[in-house]
Design a protein around this ligand. Structure first.
Ligand code: ZN
Length: 433
């Protein structure tokens, strides 16, 4: 089977599964993804404190529907899991429409479709319906029977998928995607599936410079839990990507990491240019996905996303119209190749650390400075070799890569590497990756 067809078959198998922050749907998703890559699943117990958050009770649903007074099902969870508000608590009761109406949600614009709604941290229940279903419910005679056969288990757990791929360096690149959305194809089944195939691609690569940490987490609480449980490892990460919305028919785009000058942004733009792809640049902002956690003060990892029909931006976002007709396996394959090329570029990046962070090194002692001082005036707009050496030492803090340094001082990467290698041989710098 070719890759596009493989992606297609996994999209079809995974799409109907009811995923959420927790639950058997997530575990079933991981069982299927394990056919693609040997990821590990980790369970974090409900009730565990993770920074300012608490891992919620595990949520599972067997069935949910609304019947009219003579027993016709007017809304049925088995048609699409989007009909039920995520984390709905159990209920089985007859009520008039006026009471039910407080628990019904329709899409503002796409009235023929069902919106996606959740109520994770406030106990509630609800149904998402089309406008037509809303009319049928409102004009139905007598009481309506509401049934939600769900369970919220305080003894449950939250499931995470993790794959660690070692490279030569201890420095890591993070790839993270979110698995908490139920039957929504671009946001984010496309990301879940693409990440699995990308991981398989990385596993095939020989001679990786960096190590790779690949995560499938429920959004927000999953990323927070993982950071809390792996704090020291997460603080060693060089940079990362959150894989989301990669299969739509619209434009490519990328959300920059918080430092727009960081190598990851330079690498993404270079690959887009090399591939001749027009793209939209979304500057970093505090909304979005799990880059919010990974880039928070304590971690400050530069995390970017390459998207095709970015979340928030396309009209079908968070509605039942975001289905398998909207995404295309071929485009997911194409997005995967772009991610793979970006990672190839990042994997080749070298990182050096100045061994003398406290004030400048004495260049003349190391044979790097003219012995007669006084005649070296900085020349506007022209860097001398000494300037380049000083700039490289200034920026080589063990975190800043050579792409960023080269871009900053407007010389090519090769020059930064050769000067850095020379400084290493003189014992002034050391190479970290
Ligand atoms: Zn979403």
């Amino acid at each position: 089977m070719n890759l596009t067809n493989e992606i297609k078959s996994y999209l079809e198998r995974l799409f109907p599964i009811c995923r959420s922050l927790t639950g058997d749907g997530n575990r079933e998703t991981f069982r299927i993804l394990k056919e693609i890559v040997p990821l590990n699943t980790i369970e974090y117990k409900s009730g565990s404190k993770v920074y300012d958050w608490t891992i919620p009770d595990e949520w599972n649903v067997r069935d949910a529907w609304i019947k009219d007074s003579v027993g016709n099902k007017l809304v049925d969870f088995s048609d699409t899991n989007l009909h039920l508000v995520g984390y709905s608590e159990p209920i089985h009761r007859k009520m008039h429409f006026v009471e039910l109406a407080k628990h019904l949600h329709v899409h503002q614009n796409l009235t023929e479709h069902v919106p996606y709604r959740t109520s994770y941290y406030e106990r509630n229940w609800g149904f998402c319906v089309t406008e037509k279903q809303l009319l049928t419910l409102s004009s139905s005679n007598g009481k309506l029977e509401v049934f939600v056969d769900s369970k919220l288990d305080p003894k449950g757990s939250l499931t995470i998928g993790e794959l660690l791929i070692p490279g030569h360096s201890e420095k890591e690149i993070l790839i993270s995607t979110y698995i908490c959305h139920p039957s929504l194809a671009n946001d984010n089944l496309s990301g879940v599936v693409m990440t699995a195939f990308l991981a398989r691609e990385i596993l095939k690569k020989n001679n990786l410079n960096y190590s790779y940490r690949i995560l499938w987490v429920p959004e927000t609480i999953g990323a927070i839990s993982y950071c809390a449980m792996n704090e020291s490892e997460m603080k060693k990460i060089q940079c990362g990507m959150v894989v989301t919305t990669v299969g739509g028919p619209g434009n490519y785009g990328y959300k920059q990491s918080y430092n727009s000058k960081h190598s990851i942004n330079l690498a993404i733009e270079e690959i887009f240019r090399n591939e001749g792809i027009e793209f939209i640049t979304y500057p970093f902002d505090i909304h979005g996905s799990d880059e919010r956690q990974y880039s928070s003060q304590g971690f400050r990892i530069n995390v970017a996303s390459v998207t095709k029909d970015k979340y928030y931006e396309y009209p079908y976002y968070h509605s039942s119209a975001d289905d398998l007709k909207f995404v295309c396996p071929k485009r997911i394959n194409q997005s995967m190749k772009i991610y793979s090329k970006i990672l190839d570029k990042l994997d080749r990046e070298k990182i050096y650390k100045n061994k003398f962070p406290n004030c400048e090194v004495m260049l003349s002692k190391h044979g790097l400075y003219p012995k007669i001082g006084g005649n070296l005036l900085p020349i506007q707009g022209r860097e001398t070799e000494i300037d380049t050496i000083l700039s490289i030492l200034w920026m080589s803090d063990g975190k800043t890569g050579v792409y960023e340094i080269a871009n900053n001082i407007k010389v090519n990467e090769g020059l930064v590497i050769s000067i850095s290698a020379d400084l290493c041989s003189r014992g002034i710098m050391k190479q970290l990756a």
